[in-house]
Design a protein around this ligand. Structure first.
Ligand code: NDP
Ligand code: 2IT
Length: 459
């Protein structure tokens, strides 16, 4: 490709000092929250040099305000399992920033959920939602509840109890949750039903709803499709294309499934998928029949990816991640910090020249340094996976006007939004021949929220 220079972007000594001082301040106020600090550091490294040149944002302490959630709720979620035993989980909702619209962001149900993970996700969401061009603030919620191995009735009782408390803090003009890890169509349905009973009104309070009760066409596909559209835009901008490229994908949930589907539509060859048990290698590329099997296995039968490997007699690597498989493109689409420095080096050694993040913060800070030093194309999550929340925004619009757009209409809007996000990254991240998508996404996302906060005074 020959367009990228082989050096990581550097910041000046004075900006380095300002960044260090800022991070000391944030670390002191948020002890024991490593994921949150990681997400803040990545953004601050781009924003501090920017606000040094735009001191009105620095003097108004906009960045210091942005790292403080507007509001956060932690609550008890009691429910009764199928054996009649009491179970107690912890629920959360972080309302991070409402400068440009109602809080918006998913609900994660996973045993690892804690305040640090949800604050990192809510913080990322503020910038991501700003990039979509739609009027959505940022939030995130969830619980340490583990849906794995639970019956539908247990999941329903948990969701009802969770929503009984959450309903006090959300609303179609206040805060509009959606899916994330462990929260798909089934969970959204149970939560929506409970909210509707409690409030005695139908409203677009959640997105990711099924089509029969106000969901949007293309919402299930949106994050994965959007991630591939973003990769396509990066490749086209660098005078190459996605067709014929070998791609590795991690995860096998919502984002991974539709990343694989769009890669197939565009003539690429996805050769892996995974879950927390291990990964499968499909040398000749996953085909549509195998993809349908994966969707049914994961979305209906709720099985393990090892069963897919067994069914199609494919090599399965237990307890491993797919990063050692040679590829052109990588689409981490499972969870945070799934690619470390060592993995990043192996990816690049084996020929990978483009990493597109379907997941939120899947690369550690050291892994990002490796990409930047090697000068490969790197689309950070807040830009690359914004298609999901973008179509959530379109679902809100359709609910408000009480109308449904066609599949083609929504897909076209999604594609345009992803191209617009790419252009914004190019505008704010280009230096010489190189596009630093991290810097571009952070600055472009920041400006809209910062301007809105300045206009609104003491917020
Ligand atoms: P799903 O629950 O549908 O799928 C998650 C997948 O990732 C599963 O294959 C799961 O495996 C795997 N996974 C989850 N946690 C871990 C872990 N700790 N270690 C290894 N594998 C893990 O979630 P989504 O596909 O919706 O979300 C995937 C990522 O994309 C997340 O980072 C999410 O925040 C992000 N995202 C999601 C959006 C959406 O609209 N859904 C929008 C934007 C980003 P297993 O089943 O074994 O746990
Ligand atoms: O991380 C994300 O952007 C999501 N989980 C989707 C949020 C949403 O409101 O659709």
């Amino acid at each position: 490709m020959g367009t990228a220079t082989a050096s990581a972007p550097r910041i000046s000594k004075s900006n380095e000092r300002a960044l260090q001082k800022f991070m000391e301040y944030v670390a002191k106020r948020n002890q024991g929250e490593p994921e949150f600090l990681q997400a803040v550091q990545e953004v601050a490294a781009s924003i501090i040099p920017f606000i040094a040149k735009n001191p009105r944002f620095r003097d108004a302490k906009i960045l210091e305000r942005m790292v403080e959630p507007e509001r956060a709720f932690i609550f008890r979620v009691p429910w009764i399992d199928d054996k009649g035993n009491f179970q107690i989980n912890r629920g959360y909702r972080i309302q991070m920033n409402s400068a440009i619209g109602p809080y918006k962001g998913g609900i994660r149900l996973h045993p690892s959920v804690n305040i640090s993970i949800l604050k990192f996700l809510a913080f990322e969401q503020v910038f991501k939602n700003s990039l979509t061009t739609l009027p959505m603030g940022g939030g995130k919620g969830g619980s340490d509840f583990d849906p794995k191995g639970k019956s539908d009735n247990e999941v329903m009782r948990f969701c009802q109890s969770f929503m009984t408390e959450l309903s006090k803090y959300i609303g179609p003009n206040i805060d509009v949750p959606a899916g994330d890890i462990g929260t798909g169509g089934r969970e959204i349905g149970y939560m929506f039903g409970q909210y509707k009973r409690l409030k005695n009104e139908w409203s677009g309070v959640l997105t990711g709803k099924a089509l029969t009760y106000g969901g949007s066409l293309i919402r299930p596909e949106a994050t994965g499709y959007g991630s591939v559209y973003f990769a396509q835009a990066m490749l086209n901008h660098h005078k190459t294309s996605i067709e014929g490229k070998t791609a590795i994908v991690s995860g096998s949930g919502n984002v991974a499934q539709y990343t694989i589907e769009k890669l197939l539509h565009l003539g690429a060859k996805p050769v892996t998928c995974s879950d927390s048990g291990g990964y499968v290698y499909i040398k000749d590329g996953i085909d549509f029949q195998q993809l349908e099997y994966i969707k049914d296995l994961k979305n209906n039968r709720r099985g393990r990816i090892s069963e897919f490997a067994k069914e199609f007699n494919l090599p399965y690597f237990p307890a491993e991640k797919p990063w050692s498989v040679p590829c052109d493109l990588a689409f981490p689409s499972a969870t945070q910090n799934e690619i470390n420095e060592k993995d990043a080096k192996i990816l690049i050694k084996n020929g990978c020249f483009c990493v597109t993040e379907g997941a939120n913060m899947p690369s550690t800070a050291d892994a990002i340094d490796v990409y930047q030093s090697a000068g490969i194309l790197y689309g950070p999550g807040k830009a690359a996976n914004a298609g999901g929340v973008a179509v959530s925004g379109l679902e809100m619009s359709q609910n408000s006007i009480r109308y449904s757009w066609t599949k083609e209409e929504v897909d076209e809007k999604l594609h345009n939004i992803m191209n617009t996000i790419h252009e914004k990254c190019v505008t704010y991240g280009t230096k010489g021949k190189r596009v630093n998508y991290v810097k571009g996404a952070n600055i472009a996302g920041f400006i809209k929220v910062a301007e809105a906060m300045m206009a609104q005074g003491l917020v």
